[in-house]
Design a protein around this ligand. Structure first.
Ligand SMILES: Cc1ncc(COP(=O)(O)O)c(C=O)c1O
Length: 484
């Protein structure tokens, strides 16, 4: 498909984004000194280590207090020390662990990355801590410019509205779609999707516990996600179901929102034909296509997952977040809403914009993408380590039965920087127990899926080296050994 590239950036002179103070030679020297001290201190952190016993009493007290303040304990006994080295993070009890979840995909450069620290130091010299919609500095423009330029290469996306959470980006996307369709009351979503925690996003997201006790405030029609066991038939069935919905509720749908790779839903993949067939039907029926990339953004073999799947011509609205540090809703020209619809006091913090810009530039200019890019190589290293473990320790990988009583074929999966492993029959309670054992042994991970459940890894793809999967899998094996 040919999409005219956005011609915004070329016409605009370069805008200096470094705060004035951060350009002064004396300040540059001070920043360089901090960074060399950082590198020197990091050099000794090369692997996991246990907690300092002298800290254990106070650490337990902090955790207890944290739980009291929050009204519930944290999922892990985690309080960070604010220091680390790439994929390794130090906790306040002095223990060091492999961070294989990076705050659910946020910290793609891991911990204390000198490039990110440098950007954060520069941002601290800015005149203000927060950026807003009324007044903002050059960084906000720079982040939007990169996103529109990258997305616009293969799509009609031309505008970008930045926010400070994925959920708020999604709220903006929904508003834009509703206004475009003149208040169409229904939304089409994929089964097992996750969209964030506002009242509306909790309704659309397909996890019953997340909307327990909330008042229903939107009408959602769920579509099945791709079923690899049905193959091409899965696409036929989904298209038939979509047509049926459109016939049942003509002109009632404001959008079809989809994740190209499902995140919380289980790192589920769909072939291009599946998604394209659904998008085509939407196009025929004038139903806006909104791709939620809050979890996938940056992590597949292109910057946007819709690009990796070659679906750019169909997307009207795309939302992103997490590793970009700031979140955004991107939309096509004909989706630009009327004045007043999207706004808000904060966009995000100055440091989030400055660090986010730096992260995006590194992603764009580095060797991250493509079939032989850094992300693909990291994924391959994960698969090699997983294959080895599955072959040597089959007792950890009993058959997995899916929600329909069928044997689920894959014990590893995912794509790019989204990796999953399915030990212990994919059973929820056993996987939750495994997460705690992993934490004790030195790996921080999470689960995904709604049955089967999977061990979910969102490693810091910006800095993790393929060879580091060896020590990570040693810990995984040790933790699995303790489940028996
Ligand atoms: C696909 C998807 N959409 C939206 C969100 C919500 O983002 P946030 O937690 O930043 O509000 C998430 C968060 O995990 C997500 O995975």
């Amino acid at each position: 498909m040919t999409v005219a590239p956005p011609n915004l950036a070329s016409a605009v002179p370069a805008l200096e984004h470094l705060p004035l103070l951060a350009r002064l030679p004396a300040v540059r020297r001070a920043i360089d000194e901090i960074l060399s001290e950082l590198r020197r201190t990091q050099a000794s952190m090369t692997g996991i280590r246990g907690a300092d016993p002298s800290k254990s009493e106070s650490y337990v007290a902090w955790l207890k207090r944290n739980g009291e303040l929050r009204g519930r304990p944290t999922m892990y006994p985690y309080i960070g020390a604010g220091f680390g080295n790439g994929a390794l993070v130090q906790l306040a009890d002095e223990s060091v662990k492999w961070d294989m979840i990076s705050s659910i995909g946020v910290n793609m450069f891991g911990h204390s990355d000198p490039r990110m620290v440098e950007a954060a130091l520069e941002s601290a010299l800015s005149d203000v801590c927060m950026q807003g919609n009324l007044q903002h500095n050059a960084d906000v423009l720079a982040v939007s410019e990169i996103l529109v330029a990258e997305a616009g290469r293969t799509s009609r996306l031309r505008h970008c509205f930045v926010t400070n959470s994925g959920c708020m980006a999604n709220e903006n996307a929904l508003k834009i779609c509703q206004q475009k369709t003149k208040s169409a009351p229904r939304v089409i979503a994929l089964r097992d999707c996750f969209m964030g925690r506002s009242t509306t996003m909790s309704q659309i997201g397909d996890t019953p516990a997340y909307r327990q006790g909330l008042v229903q405030n939107i009408l959602v029609d769920y579509m099945p996600f791709y079923d690899p066991m049905l193959g091409a038939r899965s696409t036929e069935l989904a298209v038939a179901k979509l047509r049926e919905l459109i016939e049942r509720y003509p002109k009632q749908h404001s959008c079809f929102v989809m994740e190209v790779v499902q995140g919380e839903g289980g790192f589920n993949l769909a072939p291009r034909e599946f998604l394209e067939s659904l998008m085509r039907v939407c196009r025929e029926a004038s139903i806006p296509v909104w791709v939620d990339e809050v979890q996938t953004f940056g992590r597949t073999e292109e910057m946007f997952a819709f690009q990796a799947s070659g679906l750019g011509e169909y997307v009207d609205v795309v939302t992103i977040g997490k590793l970009s540090q700031v979140c955004a809703c991107l939309f096509a020209e004909d989706f630009n809403p009327g004045p007043g619809l999207i706004a808000g006091t904060f966009s995000s913090s100055t440091s989030a914009f400055h660090v986010g810009r730096r992260a995006l530039e590194i992603l764009r200019d580095g060797d991250y993408y493509g079939p032989n890019g850094r992300i693909a190589r990291l994924h391959q290293a994960f698969r090699t380590a997983a294959t080895d473990l599955i072959a040597r320790r089959p007792e950890f990988f009993p058959p997995v039965i899916d929600g329909q009583g069928r044997t689920f074929g894959e014990t590893m999966g995912g794509i790019g920087g989204m990796m999953r492993l399915t030990p212990l029959g994919g059973k929820k309670d056993q996987l939750n127990a495994l997460l705690q054992l992993l934490f004790e042994e030195g790996v921080i991970a999470l689960t995904c899926g709604h049955g089967p459940y999977h061990l979910r890894l969102l490693p810091p793809i910006g800095v993790m080296e393929p060879a580091q999967f060896k020590p990570v899998f040693e810990v995984i094996e040790r933790a699995l050994g303790r489940t028996r």
